[in-house]
Design a binder for this molecule. Structure first.
Ligand code: NAD
Ligand code: UDP
Ligand code: UDP
Length: 323
C-alpha cells in the first residue's frame, strides 16, 4: 500500500490508535479524526510528529469535508459504562456518524469500513454466532443505544451499497483487548487487570458463569486491514474474533494467576441485559480473509498486564498525570 489516504474515525481510541500505527507502517497517509470522548492524545502522541499523520478534533455527528481514499469508521464509545453515560449521543454517533461518513464516501467514491459489533446479536440464543443469525436484541433497554445504533449503522451501510453502489465493508468485532485500553474503561479485561495489579478486589458481575471470547488487538487489526483490502464484491458482514471462550470466573482466575495478585474475588450485581454467552463463528473470516486469531489468551494477557503495570507505576510516580 502506498500513499493511500486513509481516514480513521475514533483514531485516538484503543483500536483506532493501533490501526493508525499499522496503516502508517504500511505506507499510508493517515487522518485521525476524534472528539476525545473516550480516546486520548497519549494513545497517538508518538505518531504526532510522523510526516504522514494528521490529527483532527471533530465529532462525526457533524458533517466532515476532507479528501481521502479509504475510511475506517471506528468512532463510538465501546465500553458499556461509557456508551450508557450519554446514550442519546451514542445513538447519534452510530447513526448520524454513519450517515456523514457514508455521505463522505459517496462524494469521494471511497471505500468505507464499519466497525460493527457482536452486540448486534444481543443476548444470543444461537451459539456460536454465525453472520446469518439476526440476533436477540432488546430495543428499549440500557444497552440498546449501542446495539440498535450499530444495527442501524449496518442498515445504512447496506442501503448505501444497494442504492448508491458504495464500496462497503462491515466487520462485526467480538470482545477485543490489549494495551492502550483506558484504565477506567470499564470493560472486563482492563478492570480485572487494574484491580489485580493494585490489590483491589476483582469485581465479577453476576455469578461469573457468563462467557466471552477474547481477541488480542494485533490479531484484530490484521483482520480489519485484510477486510478493507478484499475485492469490491465482498461486503461482509464478517465476524472477527477469537473463538476461545471463557467464563468471567475463569478470566478472573487466569488474571490472578498471571499477575500473582492477592486480590480477592467479589461478586456484584449483573447489569441489565448482560449477554450470557458469546463466541464468534469465524468460518467466513477464514474463507474470505484467510484469517484467524493467533494470539493465545495467556500471551495476550501477559502483554496487556505489562502495559498496565508500567502505567500504574508511572502514575504512582506522578500522581497528577491522569492520562
Ligand atoms: P474506544 O472507546 O477506545 O474508542 C472509540 C473512539 O471513538 C474514542 O477515541 C472516542 O473518543 C471516539 N469517539 C466517540 N464518539 C465520537 C464522535 N461522536 N466523534 C468522533 N469520535 C468519537 O473503543 P474501541 O474499543 O477502540 O472501539 C472502537 C470501535 O470498535 C467502536 O466503534 C466499537 O464499537 C467497535 N468495537 C470494539 C470492540 C472491542 O472489543 N474493543 C468490540 C466491538 C466493536
Ligand atoms: N457529508 C459529509 N461530507 C461529505 C459529503 C456529505 O459529511 O463530503 C454528509 C452530509 O452532510 C449529509 C450526509 O453526509 O448530511 C449524507 O450525505 P448524502 O450525500 O448521502 O445525503 P444528502 O446530502 O443528499 O442528504
Ligand atoms: N464484567 C465483570 N466485571 C467487570 C466488568 C465486566 O464481571 O468489572 C462482565 C460483564 O458483566 C460482562 C463481561 O464481563 O458479562 C464482559 O463485559 P465488557 O463490559 O467487557 O463487555 P461486553 O459486555 O460488552 O461484552
Amino acid at each position: 500500500m502506498d500513499n493511500t489516504r486513509v481516514l480513521v474515525t475514533g483514531g485516538s481510541g484503543f483500536l483506532g490508535s493501533h490501526l493508525c500505527e499499522r496503516l502508517l507502517n504500511d505506507g499510508c497517509e493517515v487522518l485521525c479524526v476524534d472528539n476525545f470522548f473516550t480516546g486520548r492524545r497519549s494513545n497517538i502522541s508518538h505518531l504526532l510528529t510522523h510526516p504522514r499523520f494528521e490529527l483532527m478534533r471533530h465529532d462525526v455527528t457533524f458533517p466532515l469535508y476532507v479528501e481521502v481514499d479509504q475510511i475506517y469508521n471506528l468512532a463510538c464509545p465501546a465500553s458499556p459504562v461509557h456508551y450508557q453515560h450519554d446514550p442519546v449521543q451514542t445513538t447519534k454517533t452510530s447513526v448520524h456518524g454513519a450517515i456523514n461518513m457514508l455521505g463522505l464516501a459517496k462524494r469521494l467514491r471511497a471505500k468505507i469500513l464499519q466497525a460493527s459489533t457482536s452486540e448486534v446479536y444481543g443476548d444470543p440464543d444461537i451459539h456460536p454466532q454465525p453472520e446469518g443469525y439476526w440476533g436477540h436484541v432488546n430495543p428499549i433497554g440500557p444497552r440498546s443505544c449501542y446495539d440498535e445504533g450499530k444495527r442501524c449503522a449496518e442498515t445504512l451501510f447496506f442501503d448505501y451499497f444497494r442504492q448508491h453502489r458504495l464500496r462497503i465493508k462491515v466487520v462485526r468485532i467480538f470482545n477485543t483487548y490489549g494495551p492502550r485500553m483506558h484504565p477506567n474503561d470499564g470493560r472486563v479485561v482492563s478492570n480485572f487487570i487494574v484491580q489485580a495489579l493494585s490489590g483491589q478486589p476483582i469485581t465479577i458481575y453476576g455469578d461469573g458463569s457468563q462467557t466471552r471470547s477474547f481477541c488480542y488487538v494485533d490479531d484484530l487489526i490484521e483482520a480489519l486491514v485484510r477486510m478493507m483490502n478484499t475485492g469490491d464484491d465482498f461486503t461482509g458482514p464478517v465476524n472477527v474474533g477469537n473463538p476461545d471462550e471463557y467464563s468471567m470466573l475463569q478470566l478472573a482466575r487466569e488474571i490472578i494467576r498471571l499477575t500473582g495478585s492477592r486480590s480477592e474475588i467479589v461478586f456484584k450485581q449483573l447489569p441489565t441485559d448482560d449477554p450470557k454467552q458469546r463466541q464468534p463463528d469465524i468460518a467466513l473470516a477464514r474463507e474470505k480473509l484467510g484469517w484467524q486469531a493467533s494470539t493465545s489468551l495467556q500471551d495476550g494477557l501477559e502483554k496487556t498486564i505489562g502495559y498496565f503495570a508500567e502505567r500504574i507505576e508511572s502514575l504512582n510516580q506522578t500522581p497528577n498525570a491522569i492520562n
